[in-house]
Design a protein around this ligand. Sequence first.
Ligand SMILES: [Zn+2]
Length: 378
Amino acid sequence: MLTLLGKEVKNGYGLYLGDSYYGTLDSHDRLDRAMTNLLAKYTSGEEKETAKFDKQISYINGTYLADSFVDESDIIRQFTSYKKNPTYYTIKQGEYIDDVLKNTGLTSDELTKLNPDFDMSTDFIAGNRLKTSMEEPFMTVMVTREEHYIETFDYETRYEDDPTMYVGNNQPRVEGELGECSVVANVSYINGNEVNRRVLSRTVTKEPVTKVIAVGTKPRTNTTAPGTTIEAGKMLWPVGGYDGGTLEEPVWWKGGYSGHRGVDITTAIGTPIYAAENGVVVSSVWAGNGDDRGNYVVIQGDSGLTTYYYHNSELWVSSGQRVTAGDMIASSGMTGRAYGPHCHFGVSVGNTYLNPTDYLPYHKQTASYAAKVAAHGG
Ligand SMILES: [Zn+2]
């Protein structure tokens, strides 16, 4: 054993992290391997990638005091440890993503960034864990690499006048398709978190397809039935509630099911049903489920048109009673032949049934309603 000025000394490797001295090692092969493995955890193995620690590990070979020697295994344990451990949230039964955001105070972007491999649509199951904060490793790892990926971008929408369709009717003609470009970017990460992205090039590989929507411009004229006086759009919308329900099924000659002589307006049970025009109640019948029409009302309008209101839960008028447009005559329901709560509204002149929407103001409709009508001349 060598001594120097009365102290024991021996040959070894002084270990430095940046400028800080961490003691002396007999050998550093295992530490080097551990550090290589640590870097590998953050790298992808792609070309044009650099990975390094923010502070450089270095050794100075020389003669050191014997009591300055440290155990290589202890150093490895310290250098691969965390200054701060990651935190997790365990998903509980009956929770939604919103509950997790509320309970953790994270935004949905932050949560996605913390859990890049977590698929919210399939992995969001009670018992699974979401990372809610990043670990802070003892060694800070900095990675920069060139990444190649495909980006999508939005299409434009063009509206085209279509004189064959009535005003108020819209129909998609061409579905829009997203464009694609191939991107090359230089991306930097610290401890696996992206900190900088510099796009080097963006090349369009697929042009977007412009969405085209046909807009009806055909005026709604000549919809006054012979022997009547009411004009197009002049009837009152017969369904109340906060939004008046939704047109769901057209008359049969506009694509509705066979023999359907009115339009179906879906709305919650109990929604007020109003007289669409002035007239006299000619039928108000509590037929229940014993009749396809359910509990129904028929009004002979002053204009010469007859209006029909089917499937009600309650009736508020009696036969022979005079009503004014806007009077509440019934509450909507699903009595009779009804697949769900709705008001079946019909219009006729005598025994000739007409398309009610020719007399009603324009109203919102389902996509399938619009498509059926458009396919039958608007
Ligand atoms: Zn119907």
